[in-house]
Design a protein. Sequence first.
Length: 128
Amino acid sequence: MTFIRLAQCERPHDDALMFFHAQAESAGLRAAVTVETIMGDGLADFLDKLVTDFRGWRGTRTWTSHRADLQLESIHRGHWVDLRWTLRFPNPSEDPDDMWSATVRTPVLPGEALTNLAREVRSFLYDE
């Protein structure tokens, strides 16, 4: 079973800087990173736009966290949306010799399932 889990969203300095953990699992793979964002870097808005455009779009849409430790690519495949989550450590601006990345694919239906995902991420990031 393949999944992505976002957990422990924190704003340690009561400013715009936010951290959360991203964990990806799939057959033979378990990866986790701490993601640094500025107020979520628009992830919730990115997912809301996918919901709005549920009938489809051309090409790949990409969201990347401010330090590039998490990236989400979305491709509309007609009857589902292909979400590809890439976790990177350390972020690409740090030592590239020690860098690793892991990508998992989580297909989601473009209707209610995608709407629920967008709602859950917004609630997670902003405690709504």
